[in-house]
Every structure is written in C-alpha cells, then in structure tokens.
Design a protein around this ligand. Structure first.
Ligand SMILES: Cc1ncc(COP(=O)(O)O)c(C=O)c1O
Length: 491
C-alpha cells in the first residue's frame, strides 16, 4: 500500500474514531513512529443491525470463530497435517479405488471456459455441449452401450436412475407387475439399497464355493416377477463372474433386464465391455475410474449407459449433434430429471481430460496395472487370502479382529484396508491397491500388513499409539461429530 493511501486510511480512521462507529475505523496504519496492523487481531465488535425480520426468526448471538488470518491458516495447516490423504501415501480401501488422480485434471477443470452459466442458451454453450456429447459417446464406446446419460451425481444415484429407466421400460411394455430385483450376496451394498428405494423386493442370491454367483440359485430365483438382476462385476471379492453370459441368458429368458454395476471398471477398461456381455443398463463411477477422488474427497458423477431399447427412457436433457453443432433434447419417454443441469460438471471435465490423456492404450494399461497390483499384493501378504485370482481388489481374512488390524496399520504409517466387509470372508480385510502405486509402495504395504500379522494380539487391541487421535467410539463420532475448531483443543 502506498504511503499516500496509508495516510488516507489513517485519516478515515481518525474521522471514524470521532464518530465512534464502524470497527475497521479503529485500525491505525502509521502512528508517527511505528506501524500497526491495519486490522487488529481478534477484533470483536458489537454492531447493531436494523432489521425488519420477525423476532422469532432472529437470534441474539451468533457464535463465530474470532480468529486472525494467521490463526486460520495455521488451523487448516494443522488439520491437513493430522490427516492422511492420497498425497501422503497409498489408501488401499477396498471398493473405493482410492487412486492418485493426476494434477493436470485440476488445471483443466480450473480453465475459465468451464464457468459458463448453465442457464445460458444452447447456442452460447456449444463448447460445453460438445464436451458433454463427446464424453457421452466415449463412455458408450468404453461400456459397449448404445446411449449414455451423464446426469446422475454418484454411483448409487446412477443405480437408482438405471433402475427407474428399467422400470419405465417394463411399464411401457405392459410388464410393470414385475416386482423383484435379484442381487447377489457379493454385490456392492448400494445395489440392495437402490433396488429397495425404487420400490422393488430384493432377492439376495448366495455365492458358490469359489465366491461367484451360484448359477443354480439364480435359475431358481429368476422368473416372471424378475424385473432386473444387478451384478457387480468384478464383484466385491475382486472376482470376475466367469459365468456372466450364462447369467445373462437366464435373466433375459425370464424376461428380466440386466444391470451392470460398473464402478470397478478400472480393472476391465479396454478388455471387456458390459454391453458385449448382454447387459441392458450399467453405471460408471467417474470418480473412481476416471479421476476425481472418491468419498470425502469431493463430489462424484455416476453416468449410466443403456441399450437402444432403453434409450427413450433416459433422463432429460440429452445432448446430440445438430446443424454442425450440438443441442439438448428430451428423450421421447424420459423419466425426467435426476439432477439439476448435468450434475457435477467439473467431474465430467476431469473425466474427459483423463480419458483423452490416456487414450485407448493408456486405459488398457490402467486395467492391466490395477489387476497386476492387486494380485502382487495378495501374494505378498501373510494373512490368508481365500479365492482368486483377482481383478482390482482382494479380500484377506484377519486372524484377529479386523478392526484391530486396521488400527495397528496406522502405527506403521499406512492407511488400512476396508474392514469387515464383504461378510462372505471372516474378519475381512478388503484391499484395493489401485493402479497408481509402484512396486516399492506395494512392498511397503505388504511390510505393514505382515508386521501387524506378527504383532501380539494384546498390543493390537491397544493400537493405534502413534496417531493424533487414538481409538474413538466410531458410532459416536459419526452421530455426534465435533466439527467446531474449539474441539481440536482436546485432541
Ligand atoms: C461396486 C460399487 N458400486 C457402487 C458404488 C457406489 O458409488 P457411490 O459411492 O459413488 O455412490 C461403489 C462405491 O464405491 C462401488 O464400489
């Protein structure tokens, strides 16, 4: 700030002092022989605001943190240091595909061209619509599907949308009486929930002795009530459903449709396509497969792909080519909207950039590496690993309480795997190293697993010892989170 401006501010402050009002006017910049902060640290002032709001809708006090900028900066830096993220090391959480996402996608997402207001006309948004169209078509090719909607904002939202599309198709064909969705035991938990939320009765299928769908049980379950089978492939044990074409035939012969949970597509990219396996509907988890971290790391996006027969029922709007450009349109029998605009736009931008950067060969390489890494780690750890060979993940069985194993791994400086699920394996340690970890990092993970496997059970039960927070009551932490910055003082 120039000297002239300092003086002006000082004069303003002096005038303000005379009037004895607004808080910023108390600040002095230069008082003759020393500089003082323009704003006092922790300046707390009471300001009376005239308002016409009814008394019962206003409050007397508002508890806001009273902190200076350095205090705020240090608070967030401290929080980040207490945290463990993918920038700190591997996160082998099974079913989550917590891979490292390249920073260039953030640069692409930050491009000002992405900030077009969604309510602008199609004519004004040609670049945006072009990207949506290209991504739609690319995902259709990757999945072997005829049409794609990008709208659902998460994998589970994709499931729910896909089920609604399937339901609308059945209803349009006079088959609306079909009331059941068959879900194998080894499916992702959201499959059961999505089917139930859509109003269907969920029929759970048992697994056979090698961890895959028991085909004879499917034969018995499929019938005139079957609306849909939802198959997670590779399943939550990391296994490819070898009988997938037989499974598809059984369901189709019963008049049902086939739903493919494609959230684990990072192990099949460029190798196999749900559409080619006979599936009618599928969802993609862009935030697992094509950049953007999963979970607390940010919003996701769960596009669905469908076969030509189901395309007229897709959510509106869809994007298509028109007059050398692009336009939005409503499919003939659309189920309507499932999200405002096109969902989480920047997740779509990142996914598109990620796919372009990798190309066909790069995408295939991703799945090869994901599969290699999972199988390498499964071989290196000393816990029992039933089933296999694996695709993107494996599930080991802890000799002790899997939660103790997870806590003890924290003391070895690594993030633990998902625990206690799927229930098909006792004390499950569901582990997905992902394609972005090097052999050296996989060896570190294996060393941590093996050190914990060799630890005395009593010591395991006392872990973790090296972390900021020790054992917490997880249910209480989820139900009564302490989110205030004051809470940190107790940790
Ligand atoms: C196999 C599978 N299906 C569905 C989902 C649900 O996706 P989301 O968490 O985006 O709702 C996940 C999430 O990890 C998954 O792994």
């Amino acid at each position: 700030m120039s000297q002239k401006r300092h003086e002006r501010r000082t004069e303003e402050a002096a005038e303000g002092d005379d009037e004895g009002d607004a808080p910023h006017q108390q600040a002095r910049w230069y008082d003759g022989d020393r500089y003082e902060p323009l704003l006092d640290e922790k300046s707390t002032d009471t300001v009376t605001v005239e308002s016409s709001l009814p008394d019962d809708l206003t409050r007397e006090e508002l508890t806001l943190p009273d902190l200076s900028e350095p205090e705020v900066t240090r608070h967030y830096t401290r929080l980040s240091q207490m945290n463990y993220g993918i920038d700190s090391g591997p996160i082998p959480l099974g079913s989550c595909t917590m891979k490292y996402n390249p920073a260039f996608t953030e640069d692409v997402a930050a491009h000002p061209g992405n900030r077009v207001h969604p309510l602008r006309t199609d004519e004004d948004k040609q670049g945006i619509l072009g990207l949506l169209y290209e991504l739609q078509e690319t995902l259709a090719t990757v999945g072997g599907m005829d049409a794609v909607t990008l709208q659902p904002p998460a994998g589970a939202a994709g499931e729910f949308t896909g089920i609604q599309v399937a339901k609308a198709y059945h209803e349009a064909n006079g088959e609306g009486e079909r009331s059941e969705v068959i879900v194998p035991e080894s499916a992702h938990g959201t499959n059961f929930a999505s089917a139930a939320m859509a109003g269907y009765d969920v029929v759970e299928l048992p697994s056979n002795e090698d961890g895959r769908v028991a085909v004879d049980a499917l034969e018995a379950a499929a019938g005139e009530d079957t609306a849909l089978l939802m198959l997670t492939n590779p399943n939550t044990l990391g296994l490819f459903e070898r009988d997938i074409t037989e499974i598809a035939d059984i369901v189709h012969e019963a008049g049902g449709l086939l739903y493919y949970d494609g959230a684990n597509l990072n192990s099949l990219l460029g190798k196999a396509r749900p559409g080619d396996m006979g599936f009618d509907v599928m969802h993609f988890n862009l935030h697992k497969t094509f950049a953007t971290p999963h979970g607390g790391g940010g919003p996701g996006q769960g596009p669905i792909g469908v076969s030509a027969d189901l395309a007229p029922f897709l959510p509106t709007p869809q994007v298509r080519e028109a007059d050398g450009g692009y336009e939005t349109y409503e499919p003939d029998h659309s189920i309507g909207r499932v999200h405002e605009f096109m969902g989480n736009w920047l997740v779509l931008v990142k996914a598109y950039a990620y796919i372009l950067r990798h190309g066909d060969v790069g995408l295939e390489r991703i799945s090869e590496t994901a599969v290699l890494n999972a199988n390498y780690l499964a071989e290196r750890i000393e816990y029992e690993v039933p089933y296999g060979p694996f695709h993107h993940e494996f599930v080991a069985s802890a000799d002790e309480d899997a939660a103790d194993v997870a806590k003890a791994m924290l003391d070895h400086g690594v993030h633990p795997p998902t625990t206690k699920w799927p229930e098909i394996v006792d004390e499950a340690l569901m582990t997905e190293p992902t394609e972005t970890e090097s052999k050296a990092r996989l060896d570190d993970l294996a060393a941590a697993f093996n050190a914990v496997a060799a630890t005395d059970p009593e010591d395991l039960a006392a872990a973790p010892n090296e972390t900021t927070a020790r054992r917490i009551d997880q249910a209480d932490a989820a139900r009564n989170p302490r989110l205030s910055w004051h809470a940190l003082d107790d940790t």
